[in-house]
Design a protein around this ligand. Sequence first.
Ligand SMILES: Nc1ncnc2c1ncn2[C@@H]1O[C@H](COP(=O)(O)OP(=O)(O)OP(=O)(O)O)[C@@H](O)[C@H]1O
Ligand SMILES: [Mg+2]
Length: 424
Amino acid sequence: MAETTTQTKARRTARIGVGRLYQNRWMLAAAILAVLAVRFFGGVSMPFTVATIAALVLFALVAPRTPAARRLAEASAIDRSPLDRLSGEKLAAAVADPLIIFDRDGTVVHANAAAETAFGAIRPELPLLLKFRAPEMQALIEAVLAGGGNGQATDYVERVPFERVYRVTASAVGRGTGLFVLAFKDQSEARRIDRMRADFIANASHELRTPLASIAGFVETLRGPARNDPNARDQFLQIMQNQTGRMARLIDDLLSLSRLEMKPYLKPGVRVDLRQTVEAVIASLGPLAGETGVVIERDFADGPFEVHGDRDELFQVFQNLLENACKYGQSGGRVQVKLQRAGQGSEAELEVTVRDFGPGIPEEHIPRVTERFYRVDVETSRAQKGTGLGLSIVKHILTRHGARLSIRSKLGEGAAFTVHFPVA
Ligand SMILES: Nc1ncnc2c1ncn2[C@@H]1O[C@H](COP(=O)(O)OP(=O)(O)OP(=O)(O)O)[C@@H](O)[C@H]1O
Ligand SMILES: [Mg+2]
């Protein structure tokens, strides 16, 4: 490391030397010519000539520069580090995160563009304590100005125009410059992911705990008061079996979700026939349709309906949509499955719509039904053996396929779930 530094210094000194010789080249050439002429015509001795030329070269190396030469050196900046030429403003502009430079009076000297985008106009001379009135920001700024809080950080929540959380660090710029800097790091995305993870664990535990508590309760009853009651025993064992089934379904769905998250990309080159896949799903749901008294109607356009994808995953998508339509739209008595083409050119899409004629979904719930564990009516979903994970699995699968889901519903008239595939 030390060797590298010495080499760098030597290289820089050599560069400066060459630069100065270059700047003084005409003066040097004229002087050397004069010395040679004197030697030629005047018979000066060889050692004296060489010594004079050497002295001239030395002088060219160390002679003080004329103002013109200095200007030239500044322009070419041959002997200056690039950092010396960097202005604080340019440096701040190159930083993607919000950055505010302020002086020892706590007034703004400069705010970069990211800071203005995040917090609105911040003109120079504005007292920083007026801009950031939150107590934690006041404490941070006051501490760094008092000289005690260099490098300290705090969390700051900006609520307008929408909520964002920042980690803010306050530091002094070098020693004795009288300047300080506030650096903001946006933590909103990381917080959102943390919150989602915590919600997910809470929801999953809650969903597992409910059937577990019910099973534990029945075991206790069977060992106690219902020990010698064969009727109660059969009934309770049936309930326990249902509850273990529910737990198994939940674990399967959770595993499905985590598997989908682990492999975000599809195997290339596999074609799936949507018509065949939808037919297979309808056949597999025959018993459920019979049980719920729902008739499944087909409205398939002619021509091929092929997409690039994973057949099992697409089967799972249509199975969930059709199962939901039969379970929640049961009162409509029929479910329609439509295959059609839409759009032109680069906008062309293959669409699969599953429509029921049941109670529909209230508008405010529509954007949320694809969230994990979100149900419009928890009791109805539980009664239908739902886990609330079906549509979030659907959404994950469709994202992997470059497809999207749109939901339309009118209260009392049913719901229509459409999957839009790009035409590959
Ligand atoms: N066709 C529909 N009509 C009315 N409500 C629906 C319909 N499809 C879905 N929903 C609502 O959206 C919620 C979420 O559906 P989702 O498929 O994700 O979960 P689930 O059906 O409850 O459970 P799972 O699919 O895991 O068995 C349902 O609980 C239901 O409230
Ligand atoms: Mg479902």
